[in-house]
Design a binder for this molecule. Structure first.
Ligand SMILES: [Zn+2]
Length: 390
């Protein structure tokens, strides 16, 4: 009897160890609510340790969200980043780090998949970039990357698996292209300053490369019914839903009718902030008045943040900033978007070397003539629809 008792105790201890192991593994291998970088608090009371509901207390939380456009690594750019043993893109962002680090959460569109050198690097039309671009983005202040692009499966499933494996290794959350159905079902929510921000991303297509049968999780294609469902799924888990849309017509400075109609549709489905990319040039920002009376915000295209493309506005991008305010007053919680602001940037290079992203307002230092006129024109272009909601 004593033997049986001892055996049972041992079995119980062993099962506890196994269960703890499984739980620990699960937490280490999923994307839990991610704590973004530290940021100076702005008149925010830290009530995070309270257990009971805050609903009946007055509070005001604020979170600054920033977004940048396409990071598209042409061969000229990765050749420039080449060092003796690896690739170093960090100097390319050194003059704009402060624009990306200061906001609470910064999101970028990593257009070319960072599959790494083992797969063989490649440029247009089928991109594969060094892993080190992810290190540089993270170092520059980027907290999450959208990877649903027309280039997502340029190098097939292998490219996605290698890139996402690296993003996970360096703890850089990604969205829009996934390793498995389980990976896709793990919602991406970043919590900061008492505000939870949910992220989802889609692309119009994959340049004619077919998504492998039975592996639709590899990349999120734009599908209005699916987007509505995804928003309904993530909405209860966060305060604000940010939807990245890879859409529109390349090199057009204004959104197409399709973009505009889709923006209104997904805003009414519950998308609070819509971040557009793909046209490689900047398209204006706009408020959208929803059927429920609330306002959503859209930046139709954030242009190229870093690429080998030049001229005709293709070397101009920028940083979108928007403030999310969560306020509880008179027993009601209200969430609003405030103070959208755009800071234009410029990709400087010299004979396809020495790539640097710099604030456009400093571009005269690298020889951009008419810098003031260009900067004014870009600011006017981006803000032209902000005064009135659609
Ligand atoms: Zn694209």
């Amino acid at each position: 009897m004593k033997k049986l008792y001892t055996f049972l105790i041992w079995m119980l201890a062993l099962s506890s160890i196994i269960i703890s192991g499984v739980v620990l593994w699960f937490f280490n291998n999923s994307f839990p609510v991610h704590e973004a970088k530290a940021y100076k608090s702005i008149d925010v009371k830290d009530l995070s340790n309270r257990n009971h509901s805050l609903t009946y207390k007055s509070y005001k939380y604020s979170l600054h969200l920033a977004a940048i456009g396409d990071v598209l690594i042409h061969d000229t750019v990765y050749n420039d980043a080449k060092t003796k043993n690896h690739y170093d893109f960090k100097p390319m962002f050194s003059q704009v780090n402060y624009l990306l680090r200061q906001p609470d959460i910064t999101i970028a569109n990593q257009e070319s998949m960072a599959g790494g050198t083992e797969l063989g690097l490649s440029s247009y039309p089928c991109f594969n970039s060094p892993h080190e671009i992810a290190d540089a983005l993270k170092d520059a202040g980027v907290d999450i990357i959208s990877i649903a692009n027309n280039h997502s499966i340029d190098r097939g499933e292998k490219g996605i698996l290698s890139a996402t494996n690296y993003y996970r290794k360096i703890n850089l959350p990604y969205e829009g292209a996934y390793r498995s159905m389980q990976d896709k079902e793990q919602v991406r929510v970043i919590s900061k300053n008492g505000i939870k921000v949910g992220f989802i991303a889609y692309t119009y297509g994959t340049n004619g490369i077919r998504v492998p049968n039975g592996k639709s999780y590899l990349v999120n294609l734009i599908d209005e019914v699916k987007i509505k469902k995804d928003i309904e799924h993530i909405k209860p888990l966060c305060d604000v839903v940010v939807v990245s849309m890879h859409w529109g017509i390349e090199y057009q400075r204004f959104p197409s009718v399709v973009q505009k109609e889709l923006a209104v549709k997904i805003a009414n489905d519950g998308a609070d902030i819509i971040i557009g990319h793909h046209p490689h040039v900047l398209q204006p920002m706009q408020w959208i008045t929803r059927k429920d009376g609330k306002k959503s915000f859209v930046a139709y295209s954030l242009g190229n943040f870093l690429s080998g493309q030049i001229k005709d506005f293709k070397d101009i991008g920028g940083v979108l900033n928007i403030e999310i305010v969560k306020e509880s007053k008179d027993n009601k919680v209200n969430i609003s978007l405030q103070n959208p602001h755009f800071t234009p940037t410029y990709v400087s290079s010299l004979h396809q070397r020495h790539y640097r992203v710099i604030p456009l307002s400093n571009a005269s230092t690298v020889g951009l003539t008419n810098m003031n006129a260009v900067n004014n024109e870009i600011n006017k272009h981006m803000n032209q629809w902000l005064a009135t909601a659609n």
